[in-house]
Ligand binder design. Structure first.
Ligand SMILES: O=C(O)CCC(=O)C(=O)O
Ligand SMILES: [Fe+2]
Length: 420
């Protein structure tokens, strides 16, 4: 168990809590699996997590040698944002202010692999702030609305133009939010729980806001009446392309919506950039060198389904494997925006200890090949990590302020899959 130094807690209440936890019998914390152990560490508020083994790709020098030895730095086959359409989507490097150049530390052609995790690829942020803002706006304004299915549709009858548009109108016109017109009416037939907890940890998958797969919540009578600005903070996920049915963990093959063109293009550039990346380790197995090569090329790539996850600071996503896709060969491409999170990537069972790494705004993580069958999750969003350029009132972009306010307590993840 992590030792407790009571001096580090400011308030009496915190000290008491920490003392109580430290006195719990070790059996209370008996190891379930190494993956659960890691989740428990990062979810803990008191005592705070042990971050010493978290890989920070932006400060690899500070990693211990054992971790560093597991990482391979590679060059992408194509530079992201090099020219033309790609430049528009990742952003024009030339437009960056001098102090912003630092944001794209990887030079847009760098990626990292792990020797003992074939199929996992990490690309440090290749996006300019402007390009990140474009995708965040798309996620809030355009994706979290009809006809895409989202978590709130079970409980609320949402405006056709989308909750975000309504919210923006209220903010921009300075209307009184408490005006009854802006209460979101409940669906008469489906009523859900008072908070976002569906299952507790002991029941299996989740202790706070949402799990993967996310079950339909059981009926209860406590869905609160909320204003639009309260409700936007309750958005947890929405689906792009093929709509996903969480209770049965299958795609609705008859509910195929067209996939957003910009996200499709973005992923196609990523696919091109990672085609052929490989490593060969010196470990010999039956006289063969152990190696990994990603041979999924852009001609095979069809982005057909996507999930956008909207995290608030207290949210987490428990260990899971994404295996609903019929095509498990195709890479799953995942983009992070907003606050930094801890991402855990493990093996084919929870008994394999996961690697922990920071995903910062703009970072891209890819699971391909054997890694498609690996457990992964997001046990923690880190407070105080929103990049300055995503804060409201940072520069003269007044349209951004409403988005910036939302991002002050959020992380958004867009992940894209090929189904067939
Ligand atoms: O938020 C993330 O980075 C991961 C999301 C994820 O694993 C999923 O939606 O399946
Ligand atoms: Fe996932």
């Amino acid at each position: 168990m992590i030792s407790t130094n009571l001096e580090q807690y400011k308030s009496k209440r915190q000290q008491k809590l920490a003392q109580k936890q430290s006195q719990l019998k070790p059996s209370t914390y008996t190891t379930q699996t190494p993956f659960r152990d890691a989740e428990r560490n990062f979810k803990s508020r008191l005592p705070p997590p042990d971050f010493s083994n978290v890989i920070d790709f932006y400060n690899l020098d500070q990693c211990n040698d054992e971790l560093k030895n597991r990482i391979i730095k590679i060059e992408l086959k194509v530079e992201l944002g090099e020219n033309g359409e790609s430049e528009n989507l990742f952003g024009d490097y030339k437009e960056l202010k001098e102090e912003e150049k630092d944001f794209i530390k990887g030079g847009r052609r760098t990626a990292y692999l792990f020797k003992d995790l074939p199929g996992f690829i990490f690309i440090p942020n290749p996006f300019t702030p402007k390009a990140q803002k474009h995708i965040i706006k798309r996620c809030l304004r355009d994706f979290a609305k009809y006809p895409n299915k989202g978590n709130l549709d079970t409980h609320y009858l949402l405006p056709k133009e989308g909750l975000w548009n309504l919210h923006e109108n209220i903010v921009n016109n300075d209307l009184n939010e408490n005006h009854p017109q802006y209460f979101i009416p409940l669906k008469a037939s489906v009523i859900g729980p008072t908070n976002d907890s569906f299952l507790n940890e002991e029941q299996g998958e989740q202790c706070s806001s949402f799990s993967q797969p996310r079950p339909e919540p059981p009926p209860s009578s406590g869905v609160p009446i909320l204003t639009s600005s309260q409700l936007i903070k309750k958005i947890r996920w929405t689906t792009l392309g093929y709509q996903y049915h969480w209770p049965t963990k299958t795609y609705h093959l008859d509910k195929r919506l067209s996939f957003p063109k910009d996200i499709e293009l973005l992923t196609t550039f990523v696919i091109k950039s990672i085609y052929g990346v490989k490593f060969i380790t010196s470990e010999k197995k039956e006289n063969e060198e152990k190696y990994f090569i990603n041979d999924y090329d852009h001609k095979k790539w069809k982005p057909e389904a996507g999930v956008v996850n909207y995290y608030q600071l207290k949210d987490n996503l428990m260990a899971h494997v994404d295996k609903s896709e019929i095509n498990m060969e195709a890479p799953l491409i995942s983009f992070s925006f907003g606050h930094t999170c801890i991402f855990l990537i493990g093996g084919s069972t929870r008994d394999i200890a996961p690697i922990a790494l920071y995903l910062r705004s703009g970072d891209i993580s890819i699971m391909c090949g054997p890694c498609r069958a690996n457990f992964h999750g997001v046990p923690r969003i880190l407070e105080g990590t929103l990049p300055k350029y995503l804060e409201p009132y940072y520069d003269n972009d007044s349209e951004w302020n409403t988005y910036g306010d939302y991002m002050s307590s959020a992380r958004i993840n867009v992940n894209v899959r090929q189904v067939f």
